[in-house]
Design a protein around this ligand. Structure first.
Ligand code: SF4
Ligand code: SF4
Length: 280
């Protein structure tokens, strides 16, 4: 099991004693009886056949557990649906609209991350129309986002994953955005001892906000302003070092772009170096 990030400074209310090794999130969750099966989904007992339903995805039939989302049903069966705001450990928010799919008989497209499967449901996850919509959404994200990929820290192997936005842009073979790029620059917040927040690279997916609330139990992050001026901010628009941030890094692991990154890892390596190490 991937034990995820380590908490080195457990809070008093966890009743965990300080130790040199720290505690993984599953250990903290177990101690606090949070999400009893949250971290052990793969080790859960097999489902009773009463809990299983039949669905069709892209004209192929599957048997899946009832009460899961279309996204979960697809992930369990190796069917990839593009997404940016969805993260399997967080509450769905359906704000990026990339995971919209067609459900037979429904007039509106359905967000796969926030729609529960029903017995007999027929889903189309990919066709020319859906992919056309997704390209437009990605181009809009490109136009709202500073693409300084050569110096973006998200390519750093010490930082979880690579930029999910860049990966999707490559997957959809997008060379440029047809929309005018927003050139407005926001100051980078480097006040935290552990993280750097660059609002210019933020796509407002809200994953960091949900991670801070649902994993770190801090609720230190939120959105400020409205419309095109919307930004993620710590502590209702304070610098990170003046906010209630406990430097747990949950937001960094949730962020799909180079907006929220681990400070200590900056300029310490490149993606190709990580591959070199693992191949040798
Ligand atoms: S590092 Fe700070 S802002 Fe980020 S999730 Fe943890 S408490 Fe929240
Ligand atoms: S900082 Fe990252 S995780 Fe948070 S809203 Fe922006 S892109 Fe999403």
């Amino acid at each position: 099991m991937d034990r995820g990030p380590i908490l080195t400074a457990p809070f008093e209310w966890t009743e965990l004693e300080q130790n040199d090794q720290g505690y993984s999130f599953p250990e903290v969750a177990e101690k606090l009886n949070l999400y009893p099966t949250f971290f052990d989904r793969n080790e859960a007992a097999p489902d009773s056949t009463d809990d299983l339903i039949h669905i069709t995805i892209n004209q192929k039939e599957y048997q899946v557990k009832k009460d899961i989302t279309i996204m979960q049903a697809c992930e369990q069966n190796g069917i990839k649906i593009p997404h940016l705001c969805h993260e399997s450990d967080l509450t769905p928010d359906a704000n990026c609209r990339l995971c919209l799919v067609k459900v037979k008989g429904e007039q509106e497209l359905a967000p796969a991350c926030g729609t529960t499967v029903k017995d007999g449901i027929e889903i189309t996850t990919e066709d020319d129309e859906l992919n056309h919509n997704r390209k437009i959404l990605l181009e809009l994200q490109m136009a709202s986002h500073e693409h300084n990929c050569l110096t973006c820290h998200k390519g750093n192997p010490c930082i979880a994953g690579s930029c999910e936005l860049q990966e999707l842009i490559r997957e959809f073979d997008i060379k440029e955005s047809r929309y005018e790029q927003n050139k407005e620059k926001h100051p980078i917040d480097n006040t935290s001892p552990v993280l750097s927040y660059d609002p210019n690279k933020c796509i407002l997916c809200g994953r960091c906000v949900r991670a801070c609330r649902e994993i770190a139990c801090q609720n230190n992050l939120g959105f400020i302003n409205r419309g095109a001026d919307t930004l993620v901010a710590a502590g209702a628009n304070k610098d990170f070092d003046q906010s209630a941030c406990v430097t747990c890094l949950a937001c960094i692991f949730a962020c799909p772009t180079g907006a929220m990154t681990e400070k200590i890892a900056h300029y310490e390596g490149e993606d190709w170096e990580e591959k070199l190490i693992f191949q040798s």
